[in-house]
Write a protein that binds this ligand. Sequence first.
Ligand code: NAP
Length: 310
Amino acid sequence: MEKEKVVIIGSGPAGLTAALYTARAQLNPLVIAGSQLGGQVALTSEIENYPGFFREEHPPTGAELVEVMQKQAEHFGARLEYDEVTAVDFSKGSPFYIKTYGKEYMADAVIVTAGASPRRLGIPGEEEFIGRGVSYCGTCDGFFFRGKDVIVVGGGDSALEEGIFLTKFATTVTVVHRRSELRGGPALQKRAFANEKINFVWNTVLDEIKGNGTVQSATLRNVETGATQDQPIDGVFVFVGHYPNSKFLEGQLEMDEHGYVITDELMRTSVPGVFAAGEIQDAIYRQVGTSVGQGVAAAMQTEKWLSERE
Ligand code: NAP
């Protein structure tokens, strides 16, 4: 087993930025990309709020941003491995052990940037109809709902942004939110309220998704009156938050009660030599810009930590 200087787990904005910085610091980083190159942003339809990367007419896509970030990191010497980490052993300190589906690695330092994944509702029918009417990504699946009626569950920025995007395809988009007030920011709220294809159902949750091969209806329950009703629908898009992809780190790094890796202001985890950046350790900001900043910080601290050991 060859020893790497730095292994970066994850290839979202935090990981690719850490790769760029550690590559430019001559640390020859290896990025284990995970199941989705670029992470969540790769599936985002439009990026309007990442400074320095803007086009008024056709806002750039998340996939475009990831492509540029990847090329930039590789240009300076980062290497990408298209595999997924299944287990790590940080218990004996550096060098650290990392196992993927295909290989085992040893590394002097590790930067964990494994990100977060969309949360599920956990209701009957949801699991059964994933890919057959239930989706967590408008950019990926919106096209299949041309001329159809869809429900969007959630009231945050993701629900609004994806709901607006889905109106390019769907005839109607019904946003079902459990409260009577949206969580999403004012700019997205304004756009969503102004969109004629979008209507809102307040104080309501989904109890069940039903169908026959594909989704045909959803059971809606008003949380104030308790009244339920079956609404015929072709698709259900769920945007109810995220959970950190930290299962493989259990027992290895300190985490909070929601599974977010705990870091200090120097992006250090509970294990010296293991740093973390991006959504695996950030439940608050969750922006490309903040993940990039945290990736820079983690890379700089990794470089410092390694040089102090030499
Ligand atoms: P979020 O802000 O956590 O919103 C999740 C939404 O789902 C909330 O409205 C929540 O309701 C609802 N919800 C949670 N669990 C539910 C359940 N079991 N059943 C029904 N509804 C449920 O998540 P997000 O929208 O994915 O956004 C995450 C972060 O990314 C935020 O910081 C956001 O600003 C950011 N983001 C930014 C942009 C942008 O700037 N363009 C785009 C996407 C995301 P309550 O409101 O009642 O809690």
